[in-house]
Design a binder for this molecule. Structure first.
Ligand code: ZN
Ligand code: ZN
Ligand code: FE
Length: 752
C-alpha cells in the first residue's frame, strides 16, 4: 500500500483541524497518524491510491472554517505494514516555529445553541467554546498550542470535559480552552473597591439589572476590559462619555441579535455576512432614522459602529439586558485598553459602577476589529480580533524584518519567508502602558513565529517610542536599522498589499508625519520604487500655531492657513467666534515669528482648516473629526471644485482658500463648500498623477478613510486611465505603517 506524508501549513492548529483529518481518514479507510508541531500539521496516511488522492484533495480544498490551508506538501514514504488504525499523536516539539497562531473567533452556532438550550451541560455557561470558536491568541502563552501553554492551565479538566477532549469525533477534541460549569472559569461581580457582590448567574443578572438602570459596567471580555452602558439611554451614554473623557468620538454598539440591529442600521447582504462571520468585526453601518440608539452614541454621524455578541458571555448579558449596549474599550481616552485584573481595577474603578469579571487570565490585549463595506468592497479600518496574528502571504522576499510602526494606531509587523505577520492594533504609544504593550507584543511575535530579524525598521521621527525601541533592539541584536519616512511607508504598504513591484505613484494624505526635510508632511505625491522615493508633488506648507495641539483644534490650522495664503490680518467673520480676544493675534504672531509653529503640507490639517472656515467645526474634538464633519456635510451634494495654484507639483491652496471664503461670504451652505473641496482634492490627485506619469497609483493615509474622497479620487483617476489601488486588508491610517516599513526595509540594499 502506498503511504504519503503531508505537511500542511496555514491556520491549522486550534481550529478542529486534526479531528477533521481523522474523520476524513476514517471515511476513506486510511491508516496513519496526524500530529501538530511548530511548522503546522503533519499527516501520514496509508491506503489505496485512489483513497489517498481523494483524501489529499479534501485536505487542499474542503477543510471547514475557520481552518485555512495555505500549503500542502506531499511526499511518498515507506509503508508501515503493521499499522491498523488512524491515530492522533501528541504535539511535537517547537522545531522551526512556523505554525500560525490562530486568532480569537466569535462563538460558533453549535456552541451558541448549546448555551441557549435548557438541560445541556453548558446551558447558560459564559465560557463555552470548541475547536471552531472562542479564545486563542488572547490566551496562548507559548507554542505548541496545548492547554498547559495557555491561560487555561489552572483549570484541570473534569471527567466529562476530558472525555470530549479525548474523543476524536467530538467538536471539542483537543479544544485547548474547553471548559464547563464544573471545571472552568466563572463570573464574579465586584464593586469598584473590589468587594465581591455576587457570583456566576447571579453576577450576570445583577449586572444586567444595573445596566438597565443606567449603570456603567466594566466587563472583562475576551481580549480586554470593556465599558458598557445602555445605548438607548442618553443619560447613561452621557455619564460614560464624561467619565471616559471622550466627548464626541463615536462609540460602538453591541446588539442582542440581528433583528434588533436592523431596527437601527441598514444591512446589505455583504454586511450581513461579515456580521455573522467568525471574525465578527465592528461594522460601520448606515443608520436608520428612528432607531432605538441614543443620538449621543455617534453624534452627527450617518454611520454606527455595530456588532453582535462575540462570546457566550456577551450573548448571555445582552440577552438579559434585552437592548443594545454601548461597548467600548475599557480605558481613558488615548490610553491602552486594560486587560490585567489588578490594573483594570485601579484604572477602571473610577469609571465603572460595577465590574463583571472572571478568573480566566487574558494573556494579551486584543481590541475589536473595525470594518466598513464601501461600493467596491470591504475596508479594514482596525485590524485586531479575528485577524491578528494571521500571516498574510505578500510577495515580499528578502530578509526577516521586524518593523515597529508609527506612534498612533500602532501595529508592529514581522516579515518572514515572504509572509507578513501584523500584530493586533496596539493604539497610541504616548503612555508608558502603551509602550510596554508594544514591547511585549514584539517579544510574543518573535517567539510565536520563531523569528530572528535580520533588519529592523522604524519611522524617521526620533522621539516616537517605537523608534526608541527599534534603536535599542537593533543595538542589542547587532542588526541594521532602516529609518523609513512616514509617507514612503504609507505608500509602500498599499503597494505591498496589492503586490505592485514596479514604481508607483503614492498619494499619501494624512494628519502629519515627519518629512525628509524636517517639516511635517501629509499631503504628498511620492514616486515610490522599492527602497527609493522622490517627492513628485505636495501641498505648499503652512504653519500650525501650537504644533501638535492643532490636531485637536481646527481653528489653529485655519489661522495658519490664512496667514500663509492671505498674509497676516484679521479673522474672517465665519471664524471670529472661534477665537477669544487675544487668541487670534497670538496665533498670528506665533506664525509670523515661527515660534512653535511647525510648517506642514498636511491634507488632514487642510481639511481641519476648511471645516473651520466654513463654520462647521472650529474648536476641540478628536483628530479627524473635522474631516469627518466635512465628509458627512458633503452628503448627497453634487460635485464641484475649487482652483489650485500648481507650480512644479507644489500646490498652493491660496486660490482655494479665497474661493472658500467667497462662498462662505455668499452664504453657500457648508455642504456645497464641502463637496467642492472634495472635488478640488480629486483634481489635485489627477494633476499629480499626470505629472508622475505612472500607470499605478496607490492611496494611503488617514484621509483615505474618507469614503467620499476615496471614491472620487478612484473615479477621477480611473476615468483618466490610471489603475488606482486602495488599502483593503490593512488600514489606510497609521495601522499600515509597520507593513510599509517592512516592505521598504526588505527592499533596502545591505549597507544602508
Ligand atoms: Zn463553538
Ligand atoms: Zn468540565
Ligand atoms: Fe500617517
Amino acid at each position: 500500500m502506498p503511504r504519503l506524508r503531508f505537511l500542511v501549513r496555514g491556520v491549522v492548529q486550534g481550529v478542529g483541524f486534526r479531528p477533521e483529518v481523522y474523520r476524513l481518514a476514517l471515511e476513506a479507510g486510511l491508516c496513519g497518524t496526524v500530529w501538530n508541531h511548530a511548522e503546522g500539521v503533519t499527516i501520514e496516511a496509508q491506503g489505496p491510491a485512489d483513497a489517498l488522492a481523494r483524501f489529499e484533495q479534501a485536505l487542499r480544498e474542503s477543510m471547514p472554517l475557520p481552518a485555512r490551508v495555505e500549503a500542502v506538501a506531499a511526499e511518498a514514504i515507506p509503508e508501515v505494514p503493521a499499522e491498523v488504525d488512524f491515530r492522533i499523536l501528541p504535539s511535537g516539539p517547537g522545531g522551526e516555529g512556523r505554525a500560525v497562531v490562530p486568532p480569537d473567533l466569535a462563538v460558533c452556532p453549535a456552541c451558541a445553541a448549546e448555551v441557549a438550550t435548557p438541560g445541556e451541560r453548558r446551558h447558560r455557561y459564559p465560557f463555552t467554546n470548541c475547536t471552531r470558536c472562542g479564545p486563542r491568541y488572547t490566551l496562548i502563552e507559548r507554542l505548541p498550542y496545548d492547554r498547559p501553554h495557555t491561560a487555561m492551565k489552572g483549570f484541570p479538566l473534569c471527567p466529562d470535559c476530558e472525555r470530549e477532549y479525548r474523543d476524536p469525533l467530538d467538536r471539542r477534541f483537543h479544544a485547548q480552552p474547553v471548559a464547563c460549569p464544573t471545571c472552568g472559569p466563572h463570573l464574579t461581580l465586584r464593586s469598584p473597591a473590589g468587594t465581591v457582590l455576587a457570583e456566576r448567574e447571579e453576577a450576570l443578572q445583577t449586572a444586567a439589572t444595573a445596566l438597565v438602570e443606567g449603570a456603567v459596567v466594566a466587563l472583562k471580555g475576551l481580549g480586554g476590559y470593556q465599558l458598557l452602558v445602555d445605548a438607548t439611554s442618553s443619560e447613561a451614554v452621557g455619564r460614560l462619555r464624561e467619565r471616559k473623557r471622550r466627548e464626541e468620538k463615536p462609540l460602538a454598539v453591541m446588539f442582542p441579535d440581528r433583528a434588533s440591529l436592523e431596527l437601527d442600521c441598514e444591512l446589505s447582504l455583504a454586511e450581513a455576512a461579515w456580521l455573522e462571520a467568525p471574525e465578527a468585526p465592528i461594522l460601520l453601518l448606515r443608520r436608520r432614522a428612528g432607531g432605538a440608539v441614543a443620538p449621543g452614541v455617534a453624534p452627527g454621524n450617518p454611520r454606527l459602529g455595530a456588532f453582535l455578541p462575540t462570546t457566550p458571555l456577551h450573548r448571555l448579558l445582552l440577552g438579559a439586558v434585552g437592548r443594545p449596549l454601548v461597548c467600548t474599550s475599557g480605558n481613558l481616552s488615548d490610553e491602552p485598553m486594560a486587560y490585567e485584573d489588578a490594573e483594570a481595577r485601579a484604572r477602571l474603578g473610577g469609571l465603572a459602577d460595577l465590574l463583571l469579571v472572571h478568573n480566566r487570565p487574558i494573556v494579551r490585549p486584543v481590541d475589536d476589529s473595525v470594518l466598513r463595506i464601501d461600493g467596491d468592497g470591504p475596508t479594514l479600518l482596525r485590524r485586531a480580533r479575528g485577524f491578528a496574528p494571521l500571516a498574510v502571504p505578500l510577495a515580499l522576499g528578502g530578509p526577516c524584518v521586524l518593523a515597529l510602526g508609527a506612534h498612533q494606531k500602532n501595529t508592529v509587523a514581522l516579515l518572514k519567508g515572504g509572509e507578513l505577520i501584523m500584530s493586533q492594533h496596539l493604539g497610541d504609544l504616548a503612555s508608558l502602558e502603551g509602550a510596554g504593550v508594544q514591547e511585549r507584543t514584539v517579544t510574543d511575535l518573535l517567539d510565536f513565529f520563531g523569528a530572528r530579524p535580520e533588519r529592523i525598521a522604524c519611522d524617521l521621527h526620533p522621539d516616537y517610542a517605537s523608534t526608541r525601541l527599534a534603536e535599542g533592539l537593533a543595538k542589542a541584536w547587532g542588526v541594521p536599522l532602516t529609518r523609513v519616512q512616514h509617507h514612503h511607508a504609507h505608500g509602500a504598504a498599499c503597494a505591498a498589499e496589492h503586490g505592485l513591484k514596479g514604481p508607483v505613484l503614492a498619494l499619501a494624505w494624512d494628519g502629519t508625519g515627519l518629512g525628509a526635510d524636517g517639516t511635517l508632511w501629509g499631503g504628498e505625491a511620492l514616486r515610490i520604487d522599492g527602497a527609493a522615493f522622490s517627492r513628485i508633488g505636495h501641498l505648499k506648507p503652512f504653519p500650525l500655531p501650537g504644533g501638535e495641539v492643532a490636531a485637536r483644534e481646527p481653528r489653529r490650522a485655519a489661522c495658519g492657513l490664512l496667514w500663509a495664503t492671505q498674509g497676516p490680518g484679521e479673522a474672517p467673520p465665519s471664524l471670529a467666534g472661534a477665537f477669544s480676544a487675544g487668541d487670534w493675534a497670538r496665533f498670528q504672531t506665533m506664525a509670523t515669528r515661527g515660534v512653535n509653529s511647525p510648517l506642514t503640507s498636511s491634507v488632514g490639517r487642510l481639511f481641519d482648516a476648511v471645516a473651520a472656515l466654513s463654520g462647521l467645526r472650529a474648536k476641540r474634538g478628536f483628530e479627524g473629526q473635522a474631516a469627518m464633519t466635512l465628509e458627512f456635510a458633503a452628503g448627497e451634494q453634487g460635485e464641484g471644485t475649487y482652483p489650485w495654484d500648481l507650480q512644479d507639483g507644489v500646490a498652493d491652496p491660496a486660490p482655494l482658500v479665497a474661493a472658500v471664503l467667497a462662498d462662505v461670504a455668499a452664504g453657500q451652505p457648508a455642504g456645497v463648500i464641502a463637496a467642492r473641496f472634495h472635488g478640488a482634492l480629486a483634481e489635485l490627485a489627477l494633476a499629480w498623477a499626470k505629472r508622475a506619469g505612472l500607470p499605478d497609483v496607490v492611496l494611503s493615509g488617514g484621509c483615505f478613510q474618507n469614503a467620499r474622497l476615496t471614491a472620487l479620487v478612484q473615479a477621477t483617476l480611473g476615468a483618466a486611465g490610471f489603475r488606482v489601488h486602495r488599502p483593503r486588508r490593512f488600514p489606510a491610517n497609521d495601522g499600515c505603517i509597520s507593513l510599509g516599513q517592512a516592505a521598504v526595509a526588505a527592499a533596502t540594499p545591505i549597507g544602508r
